[in-house]
Design a protein around this ligand. Structure first.
Ligand code: CA
Length: 230
């Protein structure tokens, strides 16, 4: 049975959500602050973490950043208002989805079911992860990648870059963010490094590298991965 770790300091909301998740058949763990969330996430390995932003002790953004260094557990952020900045910050930190309060319970449950469906094929406890995007397939555990049935020869950084882009498909990722995710925050260099590796990657995965279909340039920002419609 799938387990949801619910991190919410508003007790009434937390209890309402817990009741509804349990009615759907999920096991629910409750954390009332960010520190408790990290402890429970490490110990219980939940299938999904539902994370409020305004939390005592450690806010949701900090929690999300730490979680992302430790695991690929799906994270859904609860934003307190229709705040675009919170939403983008959450996604840039690696959250899988967000929902703004007040939300409809029906919509929330539908999103949770969608995330669970996306992730249920990945066995828990193992780091095996196979990402597919159109004709591309990336197996992060064996570090192999294919286009159709052809295996791609990707050096480490290009492999990591492709993985990062596909994991965040549909989201514009800044060059700085890609540098931090792929090269690490202690990397000494500039964002043109990203451009060079994107060019090499396009030559390997794009049918026509001059007119990319998968890795789109986002002017003034960076890049966005798109899966073209078949
Ligand atoms: Ca709160």
């Amino acid at each position: 049975m799938a387990t949801i770790l619910l991190v919410e300091d508003e007790l009434t909301l937390a209890e309402t959500l817990r009741y509804n998740f349990e009615r759907e058949g999920y096991t629910v763990l409750l954390a009332a602050d960010g520190v408790q969330c990290l402890e429970l996430a490490r110990r219980e390995q939940p299938n999904l973490i539902m994370l409020d932003i305004m939390l005592p002790r450690l806010d949701g953004f900090s929690v999300c950043r730490i979680l992302r260094q430790e695991s690929d557990v799906p994270v859904m952020m609860l934003t307190a208002r229709q705040d675009e900045v919170d939403r983008i910050a959450g996604l840039e930190l690696g959250a899988d989805d967000y929902i703004s309060k007040p939300f409809s319970l029906g919509e929330l449950l539908a999103r949770v079911r969608a995330i669970m469906r996306r992730t249920e094929r990945q066995p828990r406890g193992l780091s095996r992860e196979v990402l597919t995007a159109g004709p591309l397939k990336v197996d992060t555990s064996s570090r192999r990648a294919w286009r159709e049935s052809d295996e791609l020869t990707l050096p480490q950084k290009e492999f990591d870059l492709l993985t990062c882009l596909i994991r965040n498909r549909g989201i514009a990722l800044s060059r700085d963010l890609l540098l931090e995710r792929v090269w690490g925050s202690d990397f000494i260099g500039d964002s043109r490094t990203v451009d060079v590796h994107i060019r090499w990657l396009r030559e390997k995965i794009e049918p026509d590298p001059a007119r990319p279909r998968y890795i789109q340039t986002v002017r003034g920002i960076g890049y966005r991965f798109e899966t073209p419609a078949a």
